[in-house]
Design a protein around this ligand. Structure first.
Ligand SMILES: Cc1cc2nc3c(=O)[nH]c(=O)nc-3n(C[C@H](O)[C@H](O)[C@H](O)COP(=O)(O)O)c2cc1C
Length: 370
């Protein structure tokens, strides 16, 4: 392929891959797409190490990074674990008690919460530190999630020849990204893994394409194969933004336990919930999301308190339990595509299959349309 995005980034196919896993990023870029490393769970030193590794393995191919700069967020530095409401703590304790997950001493739960706070690294200050590390590497694209990138960031990136994009689940978001100086918009439908809105890709993509024209748009949310890529292109997108599909590859970061659970899951098992981060997020259904959807469950807390609640009072206990019933609590962000992800593959194979099916779709359409 050779459209505007291929030329903009020097890639062979406009397949943009979000992944927290550097191996996936490298493999996608080597297969002709553009790997984008998610930095939400990292910190400046880790980013430096990962990008050095990518530079050494990517063979000069282009890649990008994805950063979380939320427009609204409680100042994590101000948040203390004592701020967690006792009613919520008791609720999580009860859910785990009912499942037979052994209790943790209170000090251990508190220590886990403090570790989590140290590891969150998603305040604008920390995101900027990570970006500083990125600017020392030959990144070609910065994508921002949860808001429009600040002007200073866009200007700095542009001065270095780096393109900037941002995720949008609504037309209003997309217009703000355009006004902020973004070079492209990623329109993400509700089908997607992670933080997502309520509008489906089928409806959202053409809406955003029209709203931000002539900016190029990547279609994200539910793209894992060539027919879905063909649909995105038919709806006016110039490329695709895929996240979930890489989870089924041998290169992905999943532990064997989550991998097994994910490959067995159906499309309905990717639920929208605020129980993980406090913001609406699509993740693999589990005993915790089930408990919060039952009548009588407390309202979820705002970010990052909900995250801390689960981590400190839930996840650490589950991870330490190592018992069969802990499996029910395992989860991972994943989109509705999970229902089609039934066997392992490799990143290269996913890209090749996508391009072959895209080409077949074009031929079928050509035949139908005459
Ligand atoms: C495991 C996982 C973690 C994700 N974490 C982030 C993130 O930290 N930042 C972000 O911008 N998007 C994140 N996403 C969402 C992707 O950027 C993308 O919008 C989404 O995966 C596209 O829809 P799909 O899952 O149907 O392919 C994540 C996706 C997955 C699968």
């Amino acid at each position: 392929m050779n459209n505007r995005l291929c030329q903009m980034f020097g890639i062979e196919a406009p397949i943009f891959a979000f992944s927290h896993c550097r191996d996936v990023v490298v493999e996608v870029s080597k297969a002709g797409g553009l790997g984008v490393l998610g930095m939400a769970r990292a910190h400046a030193d880790r980013v430096e190490e990962d990008l050095r590794w990518i530079d050494a393995h990517v063979g000069g191919k282009p890649y990008g990074v994805d950063i979380l700069m939320p427009s609204t967020y409680e100042d994590v530095a101000q948040v203390d674990i004592d701020a967690l409401p006792p009613e919520h703590v008791a609720f999580v304790q009860r859910v785990l008690d009912d499942a037979g997950i052994p209790r943790l001493p209170l000090e251990q739960a508190d220590a886990a919460a403090r570790e989590l706070l140290k590891g969150l690294h998603i305040t604008p200050r920390e995101s900027l530190q990570m970006l500083e590390a990125c600017f020392r590497h030959p990144i070609k694209l910065i994508v921002n999630a949860l808001g429009s990138p600040p002007k200073a960031l866009v200007d700095r990136a542009h001065a270095l020849g780096i393109k900037v994009g941002a995720l949008a689940g609504k037309t209003e978001h997309a217009l703000k990204h355009k006004a902020a100086g973004c070079d492209l918009v990623v329109a993400v439908g509700t089908e997607a893994a992670g933080h997502t809105g309520n509008i489906s890709s089928m409806v959202l993509w053409p809406r955003i394409v029209d709203a931000v024209a002539p900016l190029p748009v990547l279609g994200g949310g539910g793209v894992g194969r060539g027919r879905q890529m063909a649909a995105a292109l038919a709806l006016g997108c110039e490329g695709v933004w895929c996240g979930s599909i890489w989870l089924k590859t041998v290169q992905s970061e999943l532990t064997p336990e989550i991998r097994t659970k994910l490959l067995k899951a159906g499309g309905d098992d990717a639920v929208l919930t605020k129980t993980v981060t406090g913001k609406q997020c699509r993740t693999l259904r589990n005993a915790f999301t089930d408990a919060w959807s039952r009548p009588g469950a407390p309202k979820t807390l705002p970010a990052p308190l909900q995250n801390m609640l689960w981590w400190a009072h839930g996840r650490t206990r589950v991870e330490r339990a190592h018992v069969a019933n802990a499996e029910a609590f395992l989860t991972y962000p994943v989109g509705q595509l999970v229902g089609d992800m039934n066997e392992e593959s490799s990143v290269r194979q996913v890209v090749l299959d996508m391009l072959v099916e895209l080409s077949e779709s074009k031929e079928r359409l050509d035949r139908m349309l005459g």
